[in-house]
Each structure stands twice: as structure tokens, then as C-alpha cells.
Design a protein around this ligand. Structure first.
Ligand SMILES: Cc1cc2nc3c(=O)[nH]c(=O)nc-3n(C[C@H](O)[C@H](O)[C@H](O)COP(=O)(O)O)c2cc1C
Length: 181
């Protein structure tokens, strides 16, 4: 049964990452900065690799990148309200800004999506007018590769038999156990 839960989680994540509509399209991604300050934000799940890395796109001038350079540890929270399913994923994030993987994903960005990465000022800078943000040709695109080392699965059930399980990567093998919900 633990195997089934593990598969269910990864099937849903892959489905969402393929661009099909699913609550796991969005993830709350938490990172930590200096002095233990934490910050979380919504990001779109853009891909799941064969190695079970989760891919996100961002502007490489953003605060999350500054934090990740200091501390690559991250935490992702996914929630599917229809199935009352929560996934908490812990791992490390690798920042790609100039390699083959980065190039491959940068080439996929077109149309309005370009505007997520082309502001002249970095994201988060104060501006006077939100309707005339200055943009340039350069794409400040960063690819985040989130490598999970631990996943917690929690499914809330009507009959109170809630299912909570932990999957932990140990020397390349996902060790699994149920937890008290
Ligand atoms: C629906 C939605 C989707 C978003 N998707 C992304 C995303 O895929 N990547 C991203 O960097 N920011 C995304 N954002 C913006 C972030 O939540 C955040 O405001 C921004 O990345 C700056 O975060 P930071 O200052 O902590 O780096 C999204 C916001 C919303 C509301």
C-alpha cells in the first residue's frame, strides 16, 4: 500500500507538470535566508524529471535565488482539495542559469510568458506605476531543479482513517513508512 501512495503522489505531480489542469500545478515553495528568516511563495510546477526532480522557472534576480545561493534547502507544499491530499516535499535546489537544461527550457518561453523574466528592474523593486513597467530584451531566466530527499503524504479521509506516510531517500532508495496522522 505504501508503494501505491508513493505512485499516486508522483503520478499526480507528473500529470500537473505536463501542463494539464490539476491543483498540483501550483506549489508553495519555502526557502530560508540569512539569520533563519524564511519566505514562501507560489510557483508553477513546470516539469518532473526521470530522477524525480521538480522543475520551476523564475527570474534569477529574485529573492528566492539570493536565499538559495546561501542555503539550497527548500520545502514544497502541494495541496489537492478534491482528494484532501497534501504533499510536503523537502530537498535541495540546484540553480541553472547557463547550461543545456537551462537553454532547453528557456527556448520554451514565448508569448506573454516572456514578461515574467524581462523587467529592467529586478522583481521586488519599488515602482511608481504598475501599468508601465519597463522591459528589455534580456531574459533573466533561471531554472530551478528541486531534488527531493523526503516526501510526506497526508490524505484526509471522511471516516477518519487518515493516511500519513513518509518517503525518505536513503542512498538512492526511497524508504517508506506510515506515520501517525
Ligand atoms: C498564480 C501564481 C503563479 C506564480 N508562478 C511563479 C513561478 O512559476 N515562478 C516564480 O518565480 N514566481 C511565480 N509567482 C510569483 C511568486 O509567487 C513570487 O511573488 C515571486 O516569484 C517573487 O518571490 P521571491 O521574491 O520570494 O523570490 C507566481 C505567483 C502567482 C500568484
Amino acid at each position: 500500500m505504501l508503494n501505491d501512495l508513493f505512485q499516486e503522489a508522483w503520478t499526480a505531480l507528473k500529470f500537473a507538470a505536463s501542463g494539464k489542469e490539476h491543483p498540483f500545478n501550483y506549489c508553495s515553495l519555502a526557502t530560508a535566508g540569512k539569520n533563519g528568516t524564511t519566505r514562501q511563495r507560489t510557483v508553477i510546477l513546470r516539469g518532473v524529471t526521470e530522477e524525480k526532480s521538480l522543475l520551476f522557472y523564475t527570474d534569477f534576480r529574485s529573492t528566492k535565488i539570493k536565499q538559495l545561493k546561501q542555503n539550497p534547502k527548500a520545502n514544497g507544499l502541494f495541496y489537492d482539495p478534491k482528494n484532501q491530499l497534501q504533499l510536503i516535499i523537502k530537498g535541495n535546489i540546484l540553480i541553472h542559469t547557463d547550461d543545456d537544461a537551462w537553454e532547453e527550457h528557456k527556448d520554451k518561453i514565448d508569448g506573454k510568458a516572456i514578461n515574467y523574466y524581462n523587467t529592467l528592474l529586478p522583481p521586488g523593486k519599488p515602482i511608481k506605476n504598475p501599468f508601465s513597467v519597463e522591459r528589455g530584451k534580456k531574459l533573466h531566466f533561471g531554472l530551478l531543479e528541486f531534488k527531493p530527499v523526503r516526501m510526506e503524504f497526508l490524505k484526509i479521509k471522511q471516516d477518519s482513517n487518515h493516511l500519513r506516510a513518509r518517503f525518505r531517500l536513503d542512498e538512492g532508495i526511497w524508504k517508506q513508512t506510515f506515520l501517525v496522522p
